[in-house]
Unconditional design. Structure first.
Length: 193
């Protein structure tokens, strides 16, 4: 069953009360960007106190500093004036539950949704699958704090990101709703003196 009707109904209600939001400026009003995970338990507007038009929110699986995420951050500061970046991963992240080899192997067997239990991941679909997953970098990780540090460092050292932009590193705790700083990441993202 599709949620299409629910989404369109919600959009009609939203559009009916849109009002002054039609006048929001293109650049984010609070001049910052957040790179975070696509996990449905994370609501960056709530955990960062955002309203529409406040900040850029870039989301992908794991909140990783992939080439595409960095592309978005570069556009955010270069063309739209953001002055600070946040990298926010989260506890209990699904990206810690598999490796590049595991997902590639599952995709080779079938394109159906896999299952997981105490003994690991299992493909339950009927082929065909595809070996194309072997050519993707999935950006999985085994240590959350280290992945935040890696992403902050990757952004900090990217030749298209100026050293004048501070980059902060945090882990969102899905059990408490709190942002927990990764001090090493924030230190790595500090603006040099």
């Amino acid at each position: 069953m599709s949620v299409l009707d629910e989404v369109l109904e919600a959009n009609q209600k939203y559009a009916a009360e849109f009002g002054e939001k039609s006048k929001l400026a293109l650049p984010p009003a609070r001049h910052f960007a957040v790179l975070t995970c696509m996990d449905a338990r994370l609501d960056p507007a709530r955990y960062a106190g955002l309203a529409e038009g406040d900040a850029h929110v870039i989301r992908n699986a794991g909140g990783r500093a992939s080439d595409d995420a960095i592309r978005s951050l570069v556009i955010s500061y270069k063309l739209l004036g953001t002055k600070e970046f946040f990298v926010v991963h989260h506890s209990d992240c699904g990206m810690e539950l598999f490796t590049d080899d595991i997902i590639s192997g599952l995709l080779e067997k079938s394109l159906e949704t896999a299952t997981v239990d105490a003994s690991g991941w299992h493909d339950v679909g009927q082929g065909p699958g595809s070996s194309a997953g072997r050519y993707l970098k999935w950006h999985t990780f085994t240590n959350n704090a280290r992945s935040v540090l890696e992403d902050v460092e990757r952004i900090r050292n990217h030749p298209l990101v100026p050293k004048t932009i501070p980059i902060y590193g945090y882990i969102y705790d899905v059990r408490s709703g709190r942002l927990v700083e990764v001090p090493e990441a924030t230190a790595a993202g500090k603006v040099p003196s």
